[in-house]
Design a protein around this ligand. Structure first.
Ligand SMILES: Cc1cc2nc3c(=O)[nH]c(=O)nc-3n(C[C@H](O)[C@H](O)[C@H](O)COP(=O)(O)OP(=O)(O)OC[C@H]3O[C@@H](n4cnc5c(N)ncnc54)[C@H](O)[C@@H]3O)c2cc1C
Length: 507
């Protein structure tokens, strides 16, 4: 299907996408593949002006991406973006009992289905390739507000021009007009804020009690082999606690990159530890840190843009940057020792070089409110939210990015069909149908992620129950005593995929 040859679609104003993160860039790729005019506006100064963070685990989103953008482009994804580009298929996640240092289960995909651990910098480059070649992304553009403009339909010449127009104003005072505005601007979405109003935005955007410390460094072959032997190749989740009754600390670590030109230490590994933000680490300095974190509105403290931020975000970021890495590393080391971790898990944290950057992040949660659909209809369905701007969740399920991809693919396909019909009504219906699907899916995902976080930070008993429930889902015969069980994550919802495949226009 090539809308590039469709005169009607050429007459239509472009889809305006705010944000060049995963959701915005996937949407741009889908629209590009289908010849729908679009423009992405990203606040970063350039593609490389900001670190993208370490790695991301993608699974059910990949199946949807493949079905939407087609195999030709998709087939390059693993090789070009996986943390271990020679072995993209090694993306399985391992769950480990942190106290017993024992592998409980490995979540791996069913045959012919991908589950990749992906390097975020390479993912962005992969997503940007076609968009930059088409010159359809504008950097250093910060969304400020939108206005819905109703033109006089009678005066239109019937050539497919839009009657309802969205005008976006950027912080530099410039404006752009489009047929529809897509907020893909992440957790702190200003598009969402305007759509649902500041009060509701504040009320529904909650800072999680889960706190996270993280760092990364390059390790040698010997240590890498020990890790693979003990746990698995890609990434590991391991809850553990000091006593039976204590809330667990959840250790997480992942391969980020492989570079054999670094002969001594060719494997880049990151670790993170999440725990309930109790007063365990309290000393004066740490209390300052907590205060700063609580004020911080930025869930991506390690990955967010540094230069083009609102003054409030900038201030928050500066406060965040005051964290003393050495102090955080000390806290991390004390915690992992106290919680009884052992083996390579313990070693990875304890051997963190003293000069490493240790960051601290807080997570934000926002479930899409049920009235979102009604609010969007007040804009003639010209404002759409995708990814974290719509549903922000704690990242322990590894779902936010997958849902961001699902959103972008579903919306992109729906908009492509609507552009082809060249009726404004079709656009409205496409957005209506999109919200109908994405709101309950987003709500469910936010709750599921929250429950996972609760379970992983509960007592040993809670953690055991949770792991058992996952094992039960994986196999009715499996028990927590199994050393390893291969299963597919429940979130690969067959119904959702079937619904999607039925509606998806064939490429
Ligand atoms: C530590 C961590 C680990 C994670 N691990 C996983 C995982 O393993 N699996 C998984 O599926 N998900 C994971 N996630 C979640 C995943 O990263 C997010 O859900 C995903 O990045 C959301 O994509 P997005 O495009 O909606 O938002 P973002 O990636 O936040 O992108 C938003 C973009 O909008 C831009 N922007 C913001 N405001 C403006 C503005 N006013 N004007 C213009 N541009 C603007 C930003 O610069 C940014 O580029 C993790 C998240 C974290 C923090």
């Amino acid at each position: 299907m090539d809308f590039g040859n469709n005169n009607n679609s050429k007459n239509r104003l472009p889809v305006l996408i705010i944000g060049g993160g995963i959701s915005g860039l996937v949407l741009a790729n889908v629209l590009q593949a289908q010849g729908v005019p679009y423009k992405v506006f990203e606040r970063d100064l350039s593609p490389t002006s900001r670190s993208q963070g370490w790695a991301i685990g993608l699974d059910f989103g990949l199946a949807i991406l493949k079905a939407t953008i087609g195999p030709e482009k998709y087939d390059t994804l693993g090789k070009q973006t996986a943390v271990d580009s020679d072995h993209p298929e090694r993306g399985a996640m391992t769950m480990v009992d942190g106290n017993a240092n024992k592998r409980i289960l490995m979540l791996s995909p069913p045959p012919n289905t991908d589950m990749f651990r992906i390097n975020r910098t390479r993912l962005r480059a992969w997503l940007l390739k076609d968009i930059m070649e088409a010159d359809c992304i504008v950097w250093n553009k910060i969304f400020e507000s939108y206005t819905i403009i109703m033109t006089d339909k009678e005066k239109e010449d019937g050539s497919g021009k839009d009657h309802v127009i969205v005008e976006v104003t950027f912080t530099d005072g410039t404006t752009e007009r489009g047929s529809i505005l897509v907020g893909a601007d992440g957790t702190n979405s200003h598009v969402c804020r305007q759509l649902i109003g500041s009060n509701l935005f504040e009320q529904t955007t909650l800072t999680s009690d889960v706190k996270n410390l993280a760092s990364s460094y390059w390790i040698d072959q010997k240590f890498r082999d020990e890790i693979v032997e003990s746990y698995g190749p890609a990434h590991v989740v391991a809850p553990g606690s000091g006593t039976e009754d204590e809330a667990s600390t959840c250790m997480f670590f992942s391969l980020v990159d492989v570079n054999f030109s670094r002969k001594e230490a060719p494997y880049h590994m990151m670790w993170s530890m999440s725990y309930l933000d109790d007063d365990d680490d309290a000393d004066d300095d740490d209390n300052n840190e907590k205060d700063n974190n609580k004020k911080n509105n930025n869930v991506y403290s390690l990955t967010t843009s540094t230069q083009q931020q609102s003054s409030q975000e900038k201030k928050n970021r500066q406060q965040q940057q005051q964290h003393d890495s050495e102090k955080l590393l000390k806290i991390a080391k004390a915690r992992i020792t106290r919680c009884g971790f052992s083996g390579p898990l313990l070693q990875l944290v304890m051997e963190t070089p003293q000069n490493s950057n240790v960051g601290s992040l807080l997570f934000k949660e926002r479930s899409p409110c049920s009235s979102l659909q009604e609010m969007a209809s007040n804009t003639n369905n010209r404002i759409v939210l995708i990814g974290d701007s719509s549903h922000s969740m704690i990242q322990l399920c590894g779902s936010g990015g997958n849902h961001a991809i699902a959103d972008a693919c579903f919306l992109g396909s729906a908009l492509a069909s609507a552009y082809k019909k060249d009726e404004e009504k079709a656009l409205e219906e496409a957005v209506y149908m999109f919200y109908k699907e994405t709101i309950p899916r987003g709500q469910e995902a936010v709750v599921a992620a929250h429950k996972t976080a609760d379970a992983f930070h509960g007592t040993r008993e809670t953690v055991r129950e949770y792991m058992n429930s996952i094992l039960q889902q994986a196999s009715s015969l499996a028990t927590i005593d199994n050393t390893e069980t291969h299963c597919w994550k429940k979130k690969m919802d067959p119904e959702l995929l079937a619904r999607y495949n039925n509606n998806n226009p064939k490429l």
